[in-house]
Structures are given as C-alpha cells and as structure tokens.
Design a binder for this molecule. Structure first.
Ligand SMILES: [Ca+2]
Length: 230
C-alpha cells in the first residue's frame, strides 16, 4: 500500500507540477498565450522594445495588453517573412518524445519549416526531447542554402528559456559557438542570437538545451537561419 501511495503522490505531482505539461493526445495549452507576455523576443544582443505602455492618456490595462499582443504579432510576421531568413529543411535531435521518428508529432522534423505552433504550451507540431528535465539535449538543423550568417532565431513554444548554446558549422564541418549563456525567452517567443557576420558560409545550426533548468517539457517549434550570399 505504501508503495502505491508513493506512486500516486508522484503521479499527482507530475500532473499538477509547474512547467509545461504534456498531454499525449489532446493538445493542451498549459498557459494562456502571449497576451500577457513580452511582445518581442528578448535577445541577448538586442534590447527588448518596451511593450508600449506609459504614454499620455495612460491607456488601461486592456489597451496595453492589446497593443502588446499586436506588437508581438507584427514581430512574428516580420520574422516569418524575413527575405534573409531560411527555415530548416532537415533536423536530427539527441532524443524525441516517445522516440518519435519521421514526421510524427514531437519528432525532430517538427522543428523544420516555418513556425506552426500558435499557442504557448505542449504541441506535437514542435520538437520535444524524450524526457522533460533530463539535462543536455540538442537539435541539429540543416538549411537549403549556405549563407554568411548573422543571426539565428529559435522559436520556443513550451518551457521556454532552456537553450544554453547555439552553434553554426562551417564548410569543413567545424562547429563555431555563436552564443552561449542564459536564455531570457519566455512564453511563445524567439531567442534571437545576433553575431558578427561569419567569414564562412553555413547551412547547419545546432541548438543545445539544458532541459533541467526549466521544469516541464521544453519544445522548439522552428529555427531560422539568417544570412546573405556575400
Ligand atoms: Ca513546428
């Protein structure tokens, strides 16, 4: 009986624990989407635009939230249609939820293509590692066109804030760390990693996470490589 009780307690903790929860069939939004979150990605190299508050006439909280949501949507749209941006066309990962392969939900390939997760929370249209808090996991992405890269944008869609390193690969296959640090991303947003234009061309990006630093599932919807021919 004691063992059963312990198991039950554990299950209850898992079910009601903090962080991004996973429901295997229905897609559950663990948190309300970005309305209350920051409208723009908090980039390590760029200051975050203020969410438009504090102007004359002091708009009510509802107006401020609407403005923030509109600004968030504009930013998402701008990134999605960036002419220098590419979405991955191939991906592998350290592990996948339920050992998902091919185009299955939560497989590595769910991080290829343009973003397709609309709400912050667990979603099979994003890559998820096998366990929620296991530690180091990575996502390795390939792109159609090699470019001199200037930026990598990682769209986090669940358990945001767990990325610890971003690397790009040169033509010889050597990895170059373009960012390492504390990921400030919250809610459904991009981690925007800007760096001086690479002297080499790259068509491969590796994103490393420490899933244990953010309790619950950590999921990545899409990763954009930004760069130019010259
Ligand atoms: Ca996706």
């Amino acid at each position: 009986m004691k063992i059963h009780f312990t198991v039950l307690c554990f299950l209850v903790l898992v079910m009601f624990g903090v962080g991004c929860k996973k429901s295997s069939k229905t897609e559950e939004a663990a948190k309300p989407a970005p309305a209350s979150g920051s409208p723009a990605p908090t980039a390590p190299a760029v200051s975050t635009p203020a969410p438009g508050g504090g102007e004359a006439g002091s708009p009510g909280a509802e107006t401020t939230a609407k403005m923030a949501a509109a600004e968030w949507a504009l930013k998402q749209d701008e990134i999605k249609h960036d002419p220098n941006g590419q979405w991955a066309n191939e991906a592998t990962a350290s592990s996948t939820y339920n050992d998902a392969q091919g185009a299955a939900n939560w497989s590595a390939s769910q991080a290829t293509g343009a973003p397709n997760v609309d709400k912050y929370g667990d979603d099979g249209m994003a890559w998820a590692p096998k366990t929620p808090d296991g530690g180091i996991e990575w996502l390795d992405l390939k792109y159609a066109k090699p470019v001199h890269a200037t930026e990598v944008r990682v769209r986090e869609s669940c358990g945001s804030g767990a990325v610890i390193k971003v690397e790009v690969y040169d033509e010889q296959g050597a990895a170059h760390v373009v960012w390492q640090g504390n990921d400030p991303t919250t809610d459904l947003n991009y981690l925007m990693v800007k760096f001086p234009k690479t002297t080499f061309k790259t068509d491969r990006v590796k994103v490393t996470l420490a899933t244990n630093i953010i309790p619950g599932w950590n999921e990545i919807d899409a990763v954009q490589l930004v760069g130019t021919d010259q």
